[in-house]
Design a protein around this ligand. Structure first.
Ligand SMILES: Nc1ncnc2c1ncn2[C@@H]1O[C@H](COP(=O)(O)OP(=O)(O)OP(=O)(O)O)[C@@H](O)[C@H]1O
Ligand SMILES: [Mg+2]
Length: 138
């Protein structure tokens, strides 16, 4: 388990931006953590690190945002409001995982059975007001 302590929003973004350098086509990154843990800020860094300068916002209502123009496209999902797995399947989730981009999923632990075995799991938890503990499976 690799882990990191972030002491600011900027450190979380910088960590994710650096992490993005190792990403390959069809990689899947699952983000877990409570409301306000920092998942969307992590995605901001990941998207920047993949080379897109598009602004990142939470796809809480639209369920999926795509960021292009960089080294790799990023497909950003949020499972928070999804009640049934059929809603995810209708988005074309399985196909998007194999389109040569990077898939990053907030609240992925709501439907872990939909994620492939190659998924990298990242947990973010608040340890104090400005501090976050970030851990990734090996
Ligand atoms: N070290 C830190 N890293 C990231 N965010 C931090 C940090 N310290 C404080 N914060 C604050 O925590 C909040 C994180 O918000 P963010 O939208 O990224 O969370 P989230 O996990 O995506 O939440 P949600 O479950 O609602 O999607 C922001 O208000 C941010 O300012
Ligand atoms: Mg979010």
């Amino acid at each position: 388990m690799a882990s990191f302590i972030s002491r600011s929003v900027e450190e979380t973004i910088a960590f994710a931006r650096a992490r993005a350098a190792a990403l390959q086509p069809n990689d899947v990154v699952a983000l877990c953590g409570d409301l306000g843990a920092g998942k969307t800020h992590f995605v901001k860094g990941l998207v920047a690190g993949c080379g897109s300068d598009e602004p990142v916002t939470s796809p809480t209502f639209t369920l999926l945002h795509e960021y292009r123009g960089g080294r790799l496209p990023v497909f950003h999902f949020d499972f928070y409001r999804i009640a049934q797995r059929a809603e995810i399947e209708q988005l074309g989730f399985d196909e998007l995982l194999n389109e040569g981009g990077v898939a990053v999923i907030e609240w992925a632990d709501r439907f872990p059975e939909l994620l492939p075995s190659r998924t990298r799991w990242i947990w973010i938890s608040a340890t104090s007001e400005g501090e976050r503990f970030v851990a990734e499976n090996e």
